[in-house]
Design a protein around this ligand. Sequence first.
Ligand code: PHE
Length: 464
Amino acid sequence: METKRSTFTGKIGFVLAAAGSAVGLGNIWRFPYLAAKYGGGIFLLVYIILAVTFGFSLMMAEIAIGRKTGQSPIGAFQKLDRRFTFVGIMGSIVPALILPYYSVIGGWVMRYLFGFVTGQGSEMAVIDKTEVAGALTEISFFDRYIESVSEPIIWFAIYIVITSVIVLLGVQRGIEKVSKIMMPVLVVLIIFVAVYSIVTMDGAIDGVIYYLKPDFSKFSVMTVVAAMGQLFYSMSLAMGIMITFGSYMKKDVSIEKSVRQIELFDTGIAFLAGLMVVPAVFAFSGGDETALNKGAGLMFVTLPRVFDTMPYGDAIGSVFFIMVFFAALTSSISLMETVVSVLQDKFGMNRKMACIAVLIFSLVLGSISALGYSAWSDIKIIGMSFLDFFDFLSNNILMPVVAFSTCVVVGYIIKPKAITDEVELSGKFREKKLFSVMIRYIAPICIVLILISSILDVFGIVKI
Ligand code: PHE
């Protein structure tokens, strides 16, 4: 079974495979809308500080655990300390929760790709002003789209079936190769769109300032909660994925250098995506709070409007969305592969059975997420739509618990030295001190505080 799982990364470079998993909708879709919502510059600052300290240490720990034990998450924690096997199990549940709703967004991407390819670019940029209860409300193409019942489910189903077929056939390598070529083009295109909107649109500069200049009055504990959840999500942390990657890493490859590269790549793309989306939102709305708070739909409302103002907008939009599609695909493949390999290893399923099981599970959970915006939009779980709830449950509850437990295991059970020794098999560990202090003290304390405050916030006990 080990050999089967090794096709996950195959022989392609460790950094590229891990970066393929890390860079996805989290960077392009999730980061910009969170940055817009949580105060722009202050969110960016908190995120970057967390990435180079906290994210760095956790990713080091996970990859080193994987390489040291040579196992996927459940086996790895079992090997480190039997009492902590549950961490591996919890870590494996997270991707199963993310995959369905991730694929719903993947479906949105496909719908937009289809739209641009078939020349509906302008149609997707239209915003109707309608009167609802005496107030003028803007209804975008996106609003109407997600409120329709069957279409989002169909696109979601197509997306998840594509992902399943790729995982079932084990042809990830081909996809990874394609996306390896596409990634640099995606970066160039994001920069182009960002520069274009900043230069040509009135008011975009204010958006650049909002995005880059930290406004400390906008700081709240929720800024840190959101930034940390996003960090886990974007760097594919706290769900065993990096442990699995690490288990395939050669002993002579520098973990520290690789982590730096992955981090730079991942944070760089998120940063640029924010620069592409946030100033454009300002240009269209003049920095109106409600526009900044648009949430999950932000990119899908704003970008078509930007493309609509460009010459050859449909063509550029098509190229853009096809690349986002591939970035998303490499991530959802790694999500699915993780769940499939757990089912294979722990439940003795064969690959086909495991893929079918994950597909059916995802179809059910994903459809619920999609319906949460349409037929079931009245149903809320602790004030959230289904999609937001799954997102919150995995990012803000389960991942912090897994991350906290990882810190405890590394900091106090096996001790940081076990990890730093593993890292030093391939050269000096430059940030050894930072790593040990982070893992033992700062990270666990921060995680607990954050976990408590986000729970208190959601249940409305204290507003933070
Ligand atoms: N990191 C991916 C992204 O930013 C999402 C993801 C999370 C992928 C977890 C795999 C595992 O889109």
